[in-house]
Design a protein around this ligand. Structure first.
Ligand code: HAM
Length: 427
């Protein structure tokens, strides 16, 4: 085999029709669910000023920017995520829009990531956001959309789990332990990576970068490793700042329970999220076996709109990528049969009938039917073979016998049954 002269760039995908149909299967499910919840679709440019991401998205994303200087000497970047673009667009438009704003989008995003399973350098990401609503009902609504997007694709509570936390609760616990506010970002980043890091190293970092004593660091790790709010309530529930946060998170869980989504949800205070702008409830959705990277991540970000120059509106949303999700769909055998959908294939017995075939095909297509025929002279056997390959429902046969009487023969490809139809009915 000779090597192609131009190889595809690493981390990018081609979408041949089968792969494209698979991608559309996912994107269409996302769009159906968004519409069911009354979200409106929007989009923005794939290229943005690099400043939109600096300091707003946080270190992790900054290291992954596909950025360069354009010919007008502007510092620009392909969009690595949609949320800053949404904030920028709303900074311009939010005043004239009824609140809360319910918008969704399915952009292709670009991150110069180290390649690993489930992470590429481009992906499609479903973004669903509610802007202008503080209530936890909005937080619950957003997560419900995400879970329903996965249910729509055939997953159940045995397949996926949403892990939930709240940065405000984590902050109040850290304050209770006397951690300086300026060290919160460090501590969050350590907690965010707990599952992927050596526990001893995390303990050390909490002391050196978080300024905690060894025993406090131990205790905080234990509290954040718990699966219920009770341990925190027992240990710190008498502190007003902590109890307010416990109540809010409890109320949020109650709303999800009321929607029947309880089996999909689990408390996990080690979920912090890598992005800098989150301010409240945060969540990530994983495959239940815990083998893959996150399918979805999101949360509340009440400060971002103001940060990009807009009105100070509260906001909550998520992003769900098509890469890990695609792997999981394949793993669970949920790939749909992708059927070719042709109404008629026209078989001509000789080239003499080609113009007749073209005129029938054209008028059928005008009526919205899909019609195919061979583009060059072929044996009848080959034409029937092609009809099968293109998934034709019926074959129109044009031969001297029937055409001389003004008829065509139509064969049903499933049953093999044949009938004669006046040619004028087909045109
Ligand atoms: P994120 O956690 O960076 O959040 O990305 C959300 C999801 O996008 C991930 O859970 C993953 O499925 C997918 N994803 C991210 N990076 C890659 C990659 N390199 N390759 C394949 N898939 C990837 C955000 O982007 C936030 N802006 C989401 C958000 C919207 N928060 C509020 N609104």
């Amino acid at each position: 085999m000779t090597k192609p002269i131009f190889a595809r760039l690493p981390g990018f995908r081609d979408f041949t029709p089968d792969e494209f149909a698979f991608r559309e299967h996912i994107l269409n499910a996302w769009r159906r669910v968004s519409t069911r919840y009354g979200f409106l679709e929007y989009d923005g440019p794939p290229l943005e000023p690099v400043g939109l991401y600096v300091e707003k998205s946080g270190e992790e994303i900054l290291g992954q920017l596909y950025n360069f200087q354009d010919k007008g000497e502007r510092e620009v970047s392909l969009r690595p995520e949609m949320t800053p673009s949404l904030a920028r667009i709303l900074a311009d438009h939010s005043r004239s829009l009824a609140k809360p704003i319910r918008w969704f989008s399915v952009p292709q995003l670009f991150r110069y990531e180290r390649q690993q399973r489930g992470r590429l350098r481009e992906h499609f990401q479903w973004n669903v956001d509610i802007v202008g609503e503080e209530s936890v009902v909005a937080d619950a609504e957003v997560l419900a959309v995400g879970i329903d997007g996965l249910r729509e694709l055939g997953f159940g509570s045995n397949d996926i789990v949403a892990k939930i936390s709240d940065r405000r609760l984590l902050s109040s616990v850290l304050s209770a332990f006397g951690v300086d506010k300026k060290n919160f970002a460090n501590v969050f980043s350590i907690i965010d990576k707990l599952e992927r890091s050596d526990p001893k190293r995390s303990l050390e970092r909490l002391q050196t970068e978080g300024g905690m004593s060894e025993s406090d660091a131990h205790e905080v790790l234990e509290l954040f490793g718990g699966k219920t709010l009770e341990e925190i309530a027992l240990r710190l529930g008498d502190r007003k700042d902590v109890s307010v946060e416990l109540e809010r998170l409890d109320s949020y869980l109650g709303k999800l329970e009321a929607m029947g989504l309880g089996p999909y949800v689990e408390l996990d205070l080690r979920i912090v999220r890598g992005l800098a702008y989150y301010t409240g409830i945060v969540f990530e959705i994983f495959d239940k076996k815990g083998e893959l990277r996150a399918i979805c991540g999101g949360g509340r970000y009440d400060g971002l709109l103001e940060l990009v120059g807009g009105d100070p509106l509260p906001a909550v949303g998520f992003g769900m990528g098509d890469v890990v999700l695609g792997e999981l769909i394949r793993e669970k055998g949920l790939v749909p049969d992708i059927e070719a959908n042709t109404d008629y294939y026209i078989v001509i017995l000789t080239e003499e009938y080609r113009d007749l075939a073209l005129s029938i095909a054209h008028s059928c297509r005008d009526r919205g039917l899909s019609v195919l025929y061979g583009l060059s002279e072929q044996s009848v056997r080959k034409q029937f073979f092609a009809a099968g390959k293109y998934g034709a429902r019926e074959v129109i046969v044009l031969g001297p016998d029937e055409v001389s009487r003004g008829f065509a023969t139509i064969r049903d490809m499933d049953s093999g049954e044949e009938r004669e139809v006046p040619i004028e009915e087909l045109r």
